[in-house]
Design a protein around this ligand. Structure first.
Ligand SMILES: *[C@@H]1O[C@H](CO)[C@@H](O)[C@H](O)[C@H]1NC(C)=O
Ligand SMILES: *[C@@H]1O[C@H](CO)[C@@H](O)[C@H](O)[C@H]1NC(C)=O
Length: 325
């Protein structure tokens, strides 16, 4: 009982340590270390922090971003006159400081915006509370890796498109500007054939996805399909792929015999094991002996089936691809 209580105590302490915001009460910041940034476009630097003054409203907090070499070289300050000319009107805090969020957005990215940029928080004093303090998180600065050209979107799909059967192609592109996501468009397809999605891949990196599903016709064979990504700031990149259409007749020609083959094999196998079981449970020894011989001679093992019917095996693999439709 005593041991149990001790364990409970340890468990509760551990729980408390992990459930409270990890660094509550300390000057700590969680900021992306390095991010790609597309020149002329925008970038969002995820940032959160904690301070030892408990919960304070946004009005009691003043957050600034500066170049790492000199904390007076501000790239963001709510007082615009403190911001270096080359960064004026290009930076803003997306996060609310009262929610410990110091997320920074830079738009119209220039090729000299590589940083490193560091965050500084100031506790502003009031008439009733004169405590004031400043802290620069100079060990957690962000470096930007400038991309002169946008990344090309990636297109993925099933290998074979089958005439008159729905065909799905996915286009995706990664970026670092969730506040102005890139737009993906297709060279064909109506709005209800296209689905858009996005997700965070890792801290600061996002993926924009577009899924096109259409029913290819005969004259779509060898046609080109293009996916275009348009980034904030008008930069554009695209990827093109040729679509090859397999005729529906071929598809049936392959699939029907394969299905018949599989179904036959399954029924045959089930019957076989049923017969063996029946003979095995029988108490007559001599009968058991014949049953073993019987099963070996008349019912080939699945391995042998594969070897004998190599073609069918390949068709089964094909079937898997079509099965994903
Ligand atoms: C920091 O930058 C300011 C403004 O550009 C400048 O006046 C000051 O001399 C710099 N300080 C250092 C230590 O370089
Ligand atoms: C910080 O603010 C940004 C912009 O509003 C938001 O997207 C992000 O989810 C916030 N981060 C956290 C940790 O709440």
């Amino acid at each position: 009982m005593d041991k149990k209580r001790k364990m409970m105590k340890i468990f509760c302490l551990l729980l408390a340590a992990f459930s409270s915001p990890v660094f509550a009460g300390e000057w700590k910041a969680k900021i992306a270390k390095e991010l790609n940034a597309l020149v002329t476009s925008c970038v969002v630097v995820p940032c959160s922090f904690t301070h030892p003054h408990g919960n304070l409203p946004t009005s009691r907090l003043r957050g600034t971003w500066h170049l790492s070499k000199n904390s007076t070289e501000r790239i963001y300050d709510e007082d615009n006159s403190n911001v270096m000319d080359s960064y004026k009107e290009r930076t803003q805090l997306l996060g609310l400081l009262g929610q410990n969020n110091c997320t920074l957005e830079i738009v119209d990215v220039k090729d000299y915006d590589n940083g490193p940029f560091c965050f500084q928080i100031e506790i502003v004093q009031t008439q009733t509370d004169t405590s004031s303090e400043k802290h620069s998180f100079d060990n957690n600065c962000v470096r930007l890796k400038m991309l002169p050209d946008p990344p090309k979107p990636t297109m993925t799909s099933q290998k074979v498109a089958i005439q008159d059967h729905p065909y799905t192609v996915t286009c995706s592109v990664t970026h670092t500007c969730p506040s102005h996501r890139p737009k993906l468009t297709w060279s064909r397809g109506t709005a209800n054939e296209v689905t858009h999605m996005f997700r965070e891949l890792q801290f600061g990196y996002w993926e924009e996805l577009s899924i096109l599903t259409f029913i290819p016709k005969e004259d779509d064979d060898h046609s080109e399909l293009t996916c275009t990504a348009k980034f904030h700031g008008e930069r554009v990149s695209s990827t093109t792929r040729t679509v090859f259409i397999k005729r529906a007749e071929n598809y049936k020609y392959v699939i029907v015999p394969t299905m018949v083959g599989i179904v036959t094999a399954v029924i045959f196998g089930a019957l076989c094991s049923f017969v063996i079981k029946k003979y095995k449970t029988s108490t007559v020894n001599s009968k058991c002996g014949t049953s073993n011989k019987f099963s070996k001679a008349r019912f080939p093992s699945p391995k042998r089936y594969d070897l004998d019917d190599g073609d069918d095996y390949i068709n089964t693999a094909d079937l898997n691809i079509y099965g994903n439709l």
